[in-house]
Design a protein around this ligand. Structure first.
Ligand code: GLY
Ligand code: MN
Ligand code: MN
Length: 485
């Protein structure tokens, strides 16, 4: 006996009387259904599709946008489209699939998407996923075709031929799943996309710059709330402050915002934000605004919660700053990707040695089979940045770690020192101190541009910035911040 079809838990068991259904069929006007597409995104996506087409001539390609993950039972987290889909289409459309079919001279693009349930459709009032009375006016095939300048078809018409290269996140159920189910994602396509996305065009650089500018404003918003956080709200109040800001000016935070005070600062991904904030502690803030386009910033500053670095805090910050400056100086076209990592690590190893914290010589520590300094910085010193926080991760080793820098690459430089409170090799006065300085950069034709230079990287500059930000001097008007999104 065939297994009964699984019921989609997101669909409610609603009573549908004939009279009720009939009464809902008519009497409705036409709401505005224009899709929200970031300025320039449709044109940029068109160029991106052309680059992909040129990279994979003759191949059929399907990229699925995905679906909001289930949170519990019939509730979901917010939908965030697959990054490759965003790059190729220009906006997120839940359950949609982009297909590129080879034709002489290139590819034809078709966007397959679910039709919304509008007045006159059975689901208009009865489908909580697509019914406009549940989710609000929804752009459909015609509106997306207009706004994105692309051919659209209903998702039910999607048929994929054998040999199609697939990427993205297929929906877990529904017609898109029927077409994509059982196809493993193509590692080749993921690699090609990652390597194409590695070089940002002018529109992408502008998106990153805007994400960083908003993030700097988000730092100022946190600084203004610091007194409340110290008095009663703790780490979570600052996390919520940044997230609310990011949500207002963009999609929201580009990753779980890290707010780590005191002994939490050395914990690389401290996203629990469960702690209090005490004025004598260092406060590590690692946050980024994600724009509507999906591009995210990734910026870290470590500030003294009370306004002034102690001697020990300043010493650690100074060493990380020296390492950071060495890393920045190694970012230029033609330089090996690994140079900034090496340059930053050399400064860290030497500093730790000078403090008597290395069990071996600096040279031994820096040798490939040494690396003892990395006890205090177990992560890398930076990564590509873009629509993904850790962008282009599917690129080959040769194209990423083994590559030379090229104009248009965007990256972070983010050395740090992480002295855990329970690390018995750390001098007692340094235990529980964590410092990271993280900037976002773009490689230019002649060197690099630091996008996040609006925030100081030196201890004295940070003290001055913090004082100005707390007094409200650095706040953009809310209207100014929102108008740029
Ligand atoms: N916030 C994660 C990272 O810096 O890579
Ligand atoms: Mn980072
Ligand atoms: Mn970060």
């Amino acid at each position: 006996m065939p297994a009964p079809a699984e019921r989609d838990p997101r669909m409610p068991r609603l009573a549908q009387s004939p009279g009720f259904n009939e009464s809902m069929r008519s009497g409705w006007g036409t709401p505005v259904r224009t899709p929200v597409i970031p300025d320039g995104a449709a044109l940029a996506a068109h160029h991106h599709r052309s680059r992909l087409s040129a990279a994979l001539p003759g191949r059929t390609i399907a990229v699925a946008a995905g679906r909001a993950p289930v949170r519990a039972n019939d509730t979901t987290f917010e939908f965030r489209a697959d990054s490759d889909f965003l790059w190729l289409v220009g906006c997120g459309i839940e359950d949609a699939v982009l297909v590129l079919e080879p034709v002489p001279g290139g590819h034809d693009a078709t966007l397959y998407l679910p039709a919304p349930a509008r007045p006159g459709d059975a689901g208009f009032h009865a489908d909580p996923l697509r019914g406009e009375l549940w989710v609000g006016p929804m752009p459909g095939l015609a509106e997306y075709a207009d706004a994105l300048d692309i051919r659209t078809r209903r998702i039910e018409e999607l048929v994929l031929r054998d040999g199609t290269l697939t990427a993205g996140t297929p929906a877990q159920a529904g017609p898109a799943a029927a077409a994509l189910y059982g196809r493993s994602r193509s590692a080749d396509l993921a690699r090609v996309l990652a390597e194409l996305r590695m070089i940002k065009d002018d529109w992408e650089v502008a998106e990153l710059a805007a994400a960083v500018a908003s993030t700097e404003q988000g730092f100022a918003a946190m600084a203004r709330e610091l007194s409340s956080a110290i008095e009663w709200g703790g780490e979570r109040w600052l996390q919520g402050t940044f997230d609310r800001y990011a949500r207002t000016v963009g999609n929201g935070p580009g990753y779980a915002s890290i707010v780590g005070s005191g002994a939490h600062a050395p914990i690389l991904h401290w996203v629990r934000a469960e702690g209090d904030i005490s004025p004598d502690e260092l406060l590590l803030l690692d946050v980024g605004v994600e724009r509507r386009s999906g591009f995210t910033a990734d910026v870290t500053r470590t500030i003294p919660a009370g306004g002034r670095f102690s001697t020990a805090q300043r010493a650690v910050h100074d060493l990380v700053e020296a390492s950071h400056r060495a890393g920045l100086a190694a970012v230029a076209p033609g330089r090996p990707w690994s140079d900034f990592h090496t340059a930053s690590m050399e400064v860290i190893a030497q500093g730790l040695h000078d403090w008597g914290m290395l069990p071996v010589s600096v040279d031994e520590a820096l040798a490939p089979d040494g690396q003892q300094h990395r006890r205090y910085i177990v992560c890398g010193v930076g990564h590509h940045l873009g629509i993904d926080l850790h962008d282009c991760a599917s690129a080959s080793y040769a194209a990423y770690q083994g590559a030379v820098m090229q104009p248009g690459m965007a990256l972070t430089v983010e050395p740090g020192l992480y002295f855990h409170a329970f690390d018995e090799t750390v001098p007692p006065e340094l235990r529980g101190l964590g410092v990271r300085i993280e900037d976002d950069l773009v490689v230019t034709a002649t060197g690099h541009e630091v996008l996040s230079s609006g925030l100081p990287i030196d201890a004295t500059g940070l003290e001055a910035w913090l004082a100005a930000a707390r007094s409200g001097e650095l706040s953009a008007s809310a209207q100014e911040a929102v108008s740029g999104r």
